[in-house]
Design a protein around this ligand. Structure first.
Ligand code: HMG
Ligand code: MG
Length: 314
């Protein structure tokens, strides 16, 4: 069976935008360096599979994330097609690098907690906002679109529970710098469906409605699809996902893979929600990538539909 029966549920959006993070969030955690040509082919395959947004790479400090130190070479390989793909930028130095290459969409990434701001950005909670402020201002002045991520929204491996009011307060401050969208990150995958609903409602009460929000789930505790369904019920229409369920954050203890794009596509298809993504092409892509990474994809749908690890073609 290659696709689920389509049985819609009432009250869900008609259409969803999948924001693909596999080439960035998926690969950033891989210890063995993936050749730049493979990254470029991955991104091209993802775009060809119908994904409307494919985050390409990060312009962070190369010693902090060595896997993505080839960001400039990757953008050169992608050519014109690369300039419309979002890239992660933490500060003005990262923005300079992205601007030099003609990037038109950037994403800043803040933390809802003090500890993760220190671990991931070598900064404080307030300090990260001071770092992002000139970055976003200059990006906007240059006509660049800015997305803002907020991490550790459902729990933090060092601090434990993270109060909803704290997440909303930091998220609002990040968005108000001049972002067009706020992506709410469950960096370590500990969130559950009621918590998702309460957090989206709290953002709504603070004036940030679902049109400006995206959900970014990691599947560490197997909750990502349940959480997606809860978010769909609140009216969220943008979901981050990673090809094959790869992912994790090198600076977040216990962060594992993102919600797999194929698992999300399977559920949306079954619900009759439009997404524009070719599932067969996705499964082929993740199987091909698994061949290069040397281990099967963690995605349940890729395992169910794919042949496992494809042999690497030289
Ligand atoms: P720092 O060491 O405090 O940097 O790192 P600094 O500002 O003190 O500068 C030190 C040196 O680094 C200077 O060079 C700078 O020019 C250089 P020197 O003068 O010594 O020769 N430098 C840079 N070089 C290249 N590119 C740059 C850059 N910035 C400074 N952008 C910094 C601060 C923010 C740079 C560092 O902490 C960093 O790069 N962090 C990134 C960590 C990261 O990428 N984490 C993963 C992404 S977040 C994530 O995965 C979560 C998410 O998926 C959502 C979720 O799941 O929750 C988005
Ligand atoms: Mg992430």
């Amino acid at each position: 069976m290659e696709r689920p029966a389509v049985v819609p549920l009432e009250g869900l959006p008609e259409r969803v935008t999948i924001y693909e993070v596999g080439a960035r969030d998926g690969l950033q955690n891989e210890a063995a360096l993936v050749p730049t040509e493979i990254k470029a082919e991955l991104i091209t395959r993802l775009l060809d599979a119908g994904l409307p947004i494919v985050e390409a790479t990060s312009f962070v400090h190369p010693t902090w994330v060595p896997q993505l130190a080839d960001a400039a070479e990757l953008m050169a390989l992608l050519g014109d097609r690369g300039r419309d793909l979002p890239v992660l930028v933490p500060n003005e130095r990262g923005l300079d690098r992205a601007l030099e290459l003609g990037c038109r969409h950037i994403a800043i990434f803040g933390s809802a907690t003090e500890t993760f701001a220190a671990k991931n950005l070598n900064n404080t909670l307030d300090g990260q906002l001071a770092m992002f402020e000139p970055t976003v201002r200059r990006a906007r002045d240059a006509g660049i679109d800015v997305r803002a991520y907020v991490s550790m929204c459902f729990g933090d491996p060092w601090e434990g529970a993270v109060p909803i009011e704290q997440v909303v307060s930091v998220g609002r401050r990040l968005f108000d710098l001049g972002a067009s969208q706020l992506s709410i990150g469950d960096t370590i995958g500990v969130g559950t469906a009621g918590h998702v609903t309460a957090l989206v409602q709290a953002f709504g009460a603070a004036g940030l409605g679902t049109a400006h929000l995206a959900m970014h789930f990691h599947d560490t505790y197997g909750q990502a699809l349940a959480n997606t369904l809860a978010a769909l019920r609140t009216g969220i229409t943008t979901f981050d996902a990673s090809a094959g369920g790869l992912g994790g954050c090198p600076y977040a203890k216990s962060a594992t893979g993102n919600l797999a794009t194929e698992d999300l596509v399977w559920m949306l298809t079954g619900l009759g929600i439009q997404h524009g993504v070719d599932l067969t092409a996705m499964v082929e892509t993740s199987t091909w990538l698994a061949g290069h990474l040397g281990r099967p994809s963690p995605s349940a749908v890729v395992r169910a539909l794919g042949p496992g690890v494809a042999p690497v073609r030289e």
